[in-house]
Design a protein. Structure first.
Length: 107
């Protein structure tokens, strides 16, 4: 979703198979970026005591908060404007966790 990014917490909401960093340059999936032993050691590292759940945040604000001004500025960005014409449907917008007024403004 344009304008949003994940703030990683406990990792339970992240769908890693949909993320671009696990693909090779040719677009194919990596079999495994790590050896199984290394992966198990990483999983064994204890998390912080106060781990929050993963959260989808607004990327154009240092605190991750949405504002109509930042959405407007994002929409004026030529790269975003070109991508908007290729979106097809607007389901992504109506599923977004944003105030209804903001959704209508973007729509």
């Amino acid at each position: 979703m344009n304008g949003c990014r994940w703030r990683i917490g406990d990792g339970t909401k992240i769908k890693i198979m949909n993320e671009p960093w696990l693909k090779k340059e040719n677009g194919l999936w990596m079999q495994s970026p790590l050896d199984q032993d290394v992966a198990n050691n990483i999983l064994a590292v204890p998390l912080f005591e106060d781990v929050e759940e993963d959260k989808l945040i607004w990327q154009d604000d240092s605190y991750g908060n949405y504002s109509v001004k930042s959405a407007y500025n994002m929409l004026l960005n030529p790269t975003v404007a070109a991508a908007r014409t290729d979106m097809g449907d607007w389901k992504w917008l109506w599923k977004a966790q944003a105030p209804p007024k903001s959704k209508h403004l973007i729509w």
